[in-house]
Write a protein that binds this ligand. Structure first.
Ligand code: NAP
Length: 487
């Protein structure tokens, strides 16, 4: 990529399927359109893979597996390191490409490119730290050897909300571990992944290690791959609803799975919290990615003593946010991904208002073109409002008041999800007590963002299985082999 212009960055992306190291058109030359959510305009057409194309991609991954597993870990790490450097060198072009297909403001897109690149840097370092073991058996006469080996050909499915980082968070550990892959990015945002695939080719990733399949028919293309006995792993990031369906499909071949699913994050603010920090954290936890994040604060529970002030200050901040196309200077709130997302947010707000919630700011769509919704704050949101149990995935902050710690923890845990929660308090004993009782895989303690490539990201309950990032991230792509040795 060279020119940092809208047409230049779109033009520079290869829009075919990457199979066995070759850019290949889909069966019958079929394509589908990628849209700019800020205008609704078609940006370009990309290849629309058929089930046969999907199987060809799996064939390529299977064929490349043995050689790739035998590749020196240092070389695998160095490919990732070059990938990291290329992503950072091209941050500006890649950020613009992401903003065009996904809608997030440019500043956030730049942030995502850096976050995405960091997974490559982290796993470049992890590739050479895959350990094993040697132990004396308890009876003294035998020995145990323990080796870690790549799981094998892996299927990776990613969502549209973080088009680059959700890819590198899987590709990084898979490359480091020595697995080959078929990746299917979301149909709404395939361009970032196509650009990334070319970057990895240029970084020296051998043919067939990473195969990219873009398609409008995710289910029909991916199900045969999931049910194909040659696949060894499915790593999925997306909604809990789709995740459940995929887990059923995986049962057929007892496929190993990593599932990064939906969230319904509670954000607890106690009377003793530093309110400046709580407001800052609330803005980050709510508005990062226009509220379209699995980690987005979905329910604010604020203790009575500070509830009015918290609501007033949050309303002040939310109502001042500039809305617009993510490419425009100063814009903080871009469009939602599509019209269905706007309709969902609208219906959740209408439902809460009908059940007695008060709209302090926002509460309406923005005239088109594009799929915009106003930053919104609601108070007095009752426990039976739909938005307390469903992901809002938009710029809406519902506030409810609580009196006791007991009540706050019970409300926070009253959900099938368990990805992340946020706690604001200045009292150490309370902080630890509450953190221990919250049923989530991650907690932001006096902090509104938890994502970090060096930390284990993931959820409990119906938010998922497994962890991505950190020292455990690579384990998701490794099998443990035990060799019993008789002396
Ligand atoms: P989604 O509808 O579940 O889609 C996710 C991916 O799965 C997309 O690539 C989609 O393809 C594909 N897909 C859909 N149906 C499929 C099927 N039957 N078989 C195989 N693949 C299928 O989720 P989304 O709307 O893109 O993303 C938002 C969701 O992701 C939210 O629930 C969010 O919380 C969650 N998320 C979780 C994390 C985490 O780390 N826990 C991170 C980010 C997002 P198409 O695009 O073609 O439909």
């Amino acid at each position: 990529m060279s020119a940092v212009t809208e047409s230049g960055v779109i033009e520079a992306v290869n829009k075919e399927l990457l199979i066995g190291g070759k850019w290949t058109p889909a069966t019958d030359g079929r394509t589908f359109g990628v849209h700019d959510p800020a205008t609704g305009a078609v940006l370009c057409e990309v290849a629309d893979a058929s089930p046969a194309d999907g199987l060809a991609a799996l064939d390529a991954a299977v064929a490349a597996q043995a050689d790739w597993a035998a590749h020196p870990p240092r070389e695998r790490g160095e490919i990732l390191r070059r990938g990291y450097e290329a992503l950072m060198a091209r941050q500006e072009e890649l950020a613009l490409l992401m903003t065009l297909e996904m809608g997030k403001p440019l500043a956030e897109a730049r942030g995502e490119i850096a976050y995405a690149a960091e997974f490559f840097r982290w796993f470049a370092e992890e590739a050479v730290r895959i350990d094993g073991g040697y132990a004396v058996a308890p009876n003294g006469s035998g020995r145990f050897l323990v080796a870690k080996q790549p799981v094998g050909p892996s299927l990776l499915i990613t969502p549209w909300n973080f088009p680059m980082a959700m890819g590198t968070r899987k590709i990084g550990p898979a490359v480091a571990a020595g697995c080959t892959m078929v990746i299917k990015p979301a149909a709404q945002t395939p361009l970032s992944m196509l650009a990334l695939a070319e970057i990895l080719r240029e970084a020296g990733l051998p043919d067939g290690v990473l195969n990219v399949v873009t398609t409008k028919s995710a289910g029909t293309v991916m199900e045969p791959l999931i049910r194909d006995g040659r696949s060894r792993k499915l790593s999925f990031t997306g909604s809990t609803e789709v995740g459940r369906r995929l887990l059923e499909q995986c049962a057929g071949t007892v496929l190993r799975t990593s599932m990064e699913l939906g969230g319904n994050a509670p954000f607890l603010v106690f009377d003793d919290a530093d309110l400046d920090a709580a407001i800052e954290g609330a803005m980050q936890a709510k508005m990062r990615n226009i509220g379209e994040a699995c980690t987005a604060a979905n329910r604010f529970y604020v203790q009575r003593g500070v509830a009015d002030e918290f609501a007033r200050r949050l309303t002040e901040r939310m109502s001042a946010l500039p809305i617009g196309r993510g490419t425009e200077d100063g814009v903080v709130v871009g469009p939602l991904i599509d019209e269905a997302a706007v309709e969902k947010v609208s219906s959740l707000v209408a439902d809460a208002a009908q059940r007695g919630a008060r709209v302090l700011t926002g509460g309406a769509t923005v005239d088109g073109p594009g799929h915009f919704y106003q930053p919104t704050v609601l108070t007095g949101v009752p426990a039976d409002a739909r938005m307390t149990s469903e992901e809002i995935f938009g710029p809406v902050a519902p506030i409810s008041v609580f009196d006791t710690e007991e009540e706050a923890v019970a409300a926070a845990n009253d959900t099938e999800y368990g990805l992340v929660s946020y706690v604001y308090t200045s009292e150490l004993k309370r902080a630890l007590r509450v953190c221990e009782r919250l049923e989530t895989g991650m907690i932001g303690l006096n902090q509104g963002i938890v994502s970090n490539p060096a930390a284990p990201f993931g959820g409990v309950k119906q938010s998922g299985l497994g962890r991505e990032g950190g020292t455990v991230g690579i384990e998701e792509f490794l099998e443990t082999k035990y060799i019993a040795v008789s002396l």
